[in-house]
Design a protein around this ligand. Structure first.
Ligand code: C2O
Ligand code: CU
Length: 488
């Protein structure tokens, strides 16, 4: 039943049409979860690991005998999982065979601005782009997706997204589930809506949040189940939806251990029964299975503490069954989780040399809409800063910064909850929230090529809720970025 909500709040009026959506208990898990293949790579003599990716159009039978037109990387929907180790040189040869220009952005990766794959690194239809960089950051669950200015929501929804896993020696030595596709599962969560065989990507009438689907898909599989044979299962959760916020937990309320956030492992596992992810965020969790049981990863409604408008606009009243895990009658024993996972490699704010303020509004960040020819912020290479992010806009936003991982220092003046105490590159900022985060800009300096910061609700990003920063040598001035035309 369509509900018409007329919301009149501080400075805004929205008309919102929606159906309360719940698939809880109604899902029969009939499709085996697909696991994106690990991308093949070749090693050059100089040690460079080379990947090939092709952006292509195709079709996929998400439902029997219905062919849905899709886009994908080297396949019809989503892309292979890229994997590389800390210290490795990486090169990705990307061919765009789509009928329009796009980009490929490495979300969470620390790398030179020219390799970042933001809106300034467009790949023409029929074109090729070959970014190269050296991986220099801790093991983490990162991802890749297009970033053409004004068309990111559409490109991601059609299926252009994949995971990029980083490894390092320290993590290899820890007793964590690490067999890809066996006890270490990628879980790429998207919400979708179908109109017959086709995707329906329409927005609710005048809705400000962008697209909200009426069911979820994991790794491109509807109503998925996965058989598991180990006591401990690691799930690498990625919210690859364009607008929807999920609060993940299990149907029986069991605890799990959060071991990692966007930028890698926490200092120690944190036990909880819910973890909230807004678009672009990741969480690595480890759940204990009992022999023969079935349990369902579910998204619960957002907590009652969130006000009505935040709830509505983020689809927060909706609940979904996401993935069923089916344990074998007898399970391989797993070693216990280590008590300590490592040190956080993000600054704690004590050596910040300056602060900046970001006021999040749908109409623009700090009162300005994205302009590809304007540098909004200039930061000095090698320095740490503390950024204050505030949302008083009456609707939810989140905040993503390219190139860096940050530490959340404060949420509304208080120590952040356990789920926000790891390295982050994207953070949910519901209306009524002020957050302080600290990060270090380790360069390299490039005064002419900006990195982005933006709301990762992709419709908001496309509507120019984005800004640009450059990293320069101390005392150097920002250059003039090419005002390359956005996507029309
Ligand atoms: Cu996941 Cu600027 O993007
Ligand atoms: Cu937003």
């Amino acid at each position: 039943v369509a509900v018409l909500v007329l919301a009149v709040g501080a400075g805004f009026t929205w008309l919102y049409t929606s159906a309360d959506v719940s698939t809880v208990g109604s899902t029969d898990f009939r499709n085996e979860l697909a696991i994106p293949p690990l991308a093949k790579s070749t090693l050059r003599k100089d040690g460079t690991r080379v990947f090939d990716l092709t952006m292509q159009a195709g079709e996929r039978e998400f439902m029997p005998r219905r062919k849905t037109p899709t886009w994908g990387f080297s396949g019809d929907y989503l892309g292979p999982t890229l994997r590389a180790g800390r210290g490795e040189k990486v090169e990705v040869r990307i061919r765009n065979t789509l009928p329009e220009p796009s980009t490929v952005h490495w979300h969470g990766m620390h790398l030179p601005a020219r390799m970042d794959g933001g809106p300034h690194q467009m790949i023409d239809a029929g074109g090729v782009w070959t970014p190269r960089w050296t991986v220099n950051q801790p093991a983490a669950t990162l991802w890749y997706h297009p970033h053409p200015h004004g068309a990111t929501e559409k490109h991601v929804q059609r299926g252009l997204a994949g995971m990029f896993l980083l490894d390092d020696d320290r993590t290899e030595r820890l007793t964590l589930p690490r067999r890809y596709g066996v006890d270490d599962l990628p879980v790429i969560v998207q919400d979708v809506r179908f109109d017959g065989a086709r995707f329906d990507h329409g927005h609710p009438l005048l809705a400000s949040v962008g697209f909200l689907g009426d069911r979820t898909m994991v790794n491109g599989t509807l109503a998925p189940y996965r058989e598991v044979g180990d006591e401990l299962i690691r799930l690498r959760l990625l919210n690859a939806s364009t607008a929807r916020v999920y609060t993940f937990g299990f149907d029986d309320g069991r605890d799990f251990s959060l071991i990692g956030t966007d930028g890698g492992l926490l200092e120690q596992p944190a036990v909880m029964d819910r973890v909230k992810l807004s678009p672009g965020e990741r969480a690595e969790i480890v759940v204990r299975m009992r022999p023969g049981e079935r349990t369902v990863l579910r998204s619960h409604p957002l907590d009652a503490g969130m006000d009505f408008f935040n709830q509505r606009f983020s689809g927060g009243d909706d609940s979904f069954d996401v993935l069923q895990l089916r344990a074998a009658p007898s399970l391989r024993p797993s070693p216990g989780l280590p008590a300590r996972l490592g040190e956080l490699a993000v600054p704690d704010g004590s050596d910040s040399v300056r602060g900046r303020h970001f006021e999040l509004k749908f109409s623009g960040i700090n009162g300005r809409k994205m302009d590809m020819g304007r540098v909004d912020e200039t930061v000095a290479r090698g320095t740490a800063e503390t950024w204050t992010i505030r949302n008083n806009d009456g609707m939810p936003h989140n905040f993503h910064v390219h190139d860096v991982q940050f530490r959340v220092l404060e949420v509304n003046g208080k120590r952040p909850p356990a789920a926000l105490r790891g390295a982050k590159d994207t953070v949910f900022v519901p209306s009524g929230t002020t957050m302080k985060v600290a990060m270090r800009f380790d360069g390299p300096a490039d005064p002419d090529t900006p990195y982005m910061y933006h709301c990762h609700l992709l419709y908001h990003e496309d509507q120019a809720m984005m800004g640009q920063f450059v990293v320069v040598e101390k005392g150097q001035r920002a250059g003039t970025p090419h005002p390359a035309h956005g996507h029309e």
